[in-house]
Each structure stands twice: as structure tokens, then as C-alpha cells.
Design a protein around this ligand. Structure first.
Ligand code: SAM
Length: 258
């Protein structure tokens, strides 16, 4: 997907390069819970921020929404999505979720996965604020993100985890605790309706099998084994996820524009 050298490539594109399609912390199971919460119907104008490889887009389109627009900041991802979904009604645009260029109050439902966690707190607020602008009154917003636990996690430990994660996955990883995620949404004018959490097991074999299927798992394992540079980066990511497994989880939140 990305042409950066392996040493600098962000963790999600590195995983995509070895064949991983599910790039969110709670896996497909938490995505399914998020989709049940937001309950897309044929009456809904839907926007997805950061569709990535389009896995959730596919699930959404099966629900026949009135319209679907996916906005991703990565040009190659958008080109891939435009090719992959060329026979569907979906529109994919290159853009930034901070300033989506979508009309105000044009969406009934907006969602995004594994994207806010990659941004500094002020940028998260800008994205949540943009979501509020494009949502119709009482519109719904669902997120699926990386979280820190417990809520009272020591600030120094938090900073340490964020720093080590950022070094391993080469993105500005800034997960929040579940109560901080809720506060972020409330501060920007949303009412939190529902919260679900799941273990953060992105690189555990069992999770990979349940997300990608056995053949996907074998393909990913084969690619990792035969590509030493990628293997060493992925093993480093796995080591950090394991080191902090007691302090990391995935969270899905449904909120409503007030
Ligand atoms: C970890 S991947 C997650 C992809 C997909 N949501 C998934 O869960 O499989 C992060 C995605 O967020 C996109 N992204 C990051 N910042 C963005 C922004 N400000 N606006 C739109 N997309 C963004 C990246 O290009 C990438 O596709």
C-alpha cells in the first residue's frame, strides 16, 4: 500500500502488506457490535472516516444505506477502494476527517475505526467537531478505538505506553482511557449512548484466525516468515502489545449529536 521503507512504515500499512485486512484493535467482533449499535438502515446517509481497506465499508453496503461516502487521508487506499467498489453506489474521497468538505448536516450516521487513536488530542477534538458539523440533528456517531485501562491509570505510565507504542507502530499513537474517550465526545457536543470493550489482541494467532480466516492466517504467517525486515518490525509491535496487554483494550462507543 505505502511505499515508505519498511523501517518507517506505519504499523497498519505494514500489516496490510503481509495480507492483514482487519486493522482495528477490537477485531471484527467489536466492529460487529459497533454496527449493531449504530444500526444502519436504507434511510441513512452514511459517512465513514478512514475506511482503510474497506472491510467495514463492505459490511455497511450490505445494509443498502441511502448513501455511503468514505473519506481516507491515504491516496493509495482511496484508489484501491475506488477500484474495489467500482460497481457499488459507494463514493470514496481523498480527504482529511478534520475538514471533510462534506456539507453541514448531511449525514445521519458517521463512524470511524482505529483513526482517532492515531492523532494528538487537539486533532481528535477537531475530527469529532467536524463529525458534529456534518451530522444532522440527533445524528449518530460510532467509534472503535484503542483504549488504555484502567481509567485511573497513572499519567506517567500512560505517557510511557504512548511513547513505546508510537515507536513500535511508527504513528503518533495516543490512545485514551474509556472515560477520556467518553469525555472527548461529550465535550464536543455528543451524548454517549453505549460503550463496549474488547481485549486488544490484534496480533494474537487466535484473533488473526477469527478476523482473517485460517487461509488468511496462513498467508500472513507465510509472508511474515519469508520477509525478515517485516518480521522484525511485526515482532517488535507484538512485543510492545504483549508488554502492555494489561493496560490496553479496544473500545466501541455510540454517541448522539445533542
Ligand atoms: C489503522 S488504519 C484503520 C483502517 C480501517 N478503519 C480499519 O479499521 O481497518 C488508519 C486509517 O486512518 C486513515 N487516516 C488517518 N488519519 C486520517 C484523517 N485525519 N482523515 C482521514 N483518514 C485518516 C489512514 O489513512 C488509514 O487508512
Amino acid at each position: 500500500m505505502k511505499t515508505d521503507p519498511i523501517e518507517k512504515m506505519s504499523g497498519h500499512w505494514l500489516l496490510a502488506k503481509v495480507g492483514k485486512k482487519v486493522l482495528r484493535p477490537g477485531g471484527l467482533a467489536l466492529t460487529q457490535k459497533m454496527l449493531t449499535m449504530i444500526n444502519i438502515t436504507p434511510h441513512d446517509d452514511v459517512v465513514e472516516f478512514a475506511p482503510g481497506l474497506g472491510l467495514t465499508a463492505q459490511l455497511i453496503l450490505e445494509k443498502n444505506p441511502k448513501s455511503y461516502i468514505g473519506i481516507d487521508a491515504e491516496e493509495n487506499a482511496v484508489k484501491l477502494l475506488q477500484r474495489k467498489f467500482k460497481h457499488s453506489q459507494a463514493l470514496f474521497q481523498l480527504g482529511n476527517a478534520t475538514h471533510s468538505s462534506l456539507p453541514v448536516q448531511s449525514a445521519d450516521k458517521v463512524f470511524g475505526e482505529a483513526m482517532l487513536s492515531m492523532h494528538a488530542d487537539h486533532r481528535k477534538s477537531e475530527i469529532v467537531n467536524e463529525t458534529k458539523n456534518i451530522l444532522k440533528p440527533q445524528g449518530l456517531y460510532a467509534i472503535h478505538e484503542l483504549a488504555l485501562m484502567p481509567d485511573h491509570l497513572d499519567e506517567n505510565v500512560k505517557l510511557h505506553i504512548q511513547k513505546e507504542l508510537a515507536l513500535a507502530i511508527k504513528v503518533n499513537a495516543r490512545p485514551l482511557t474509556v472515560s477520556e474517550w467518553k469525555k472527548l465526545l461529550e465535550k464536543e457536543g455528543f451524548k454517549v449512548l453505549q460503550v463496549e470493550t474488547a481485549p486488544m489482541q490484534l496480533l494474537r494467532p487466535q484473533r488473526i484466525i477469527s478476523d482473517e480466516g485460517l487461509s488468511g492466517f496462513l498467508k500472513i504467517a507465510g509472508n511474515i516468515l519469508t520477509k525478515p525486515k517485516i518480521r522484525s518490525r511485526i515482532l517488535q509491535m507484538k512485543k510492545i502489545f504483549k508488554k502492555y496487554e494489561d493496560s490496553l483494550c479496544a473500545v466501541a462507543i455510540l454517541a448522539q449529536k445533542i
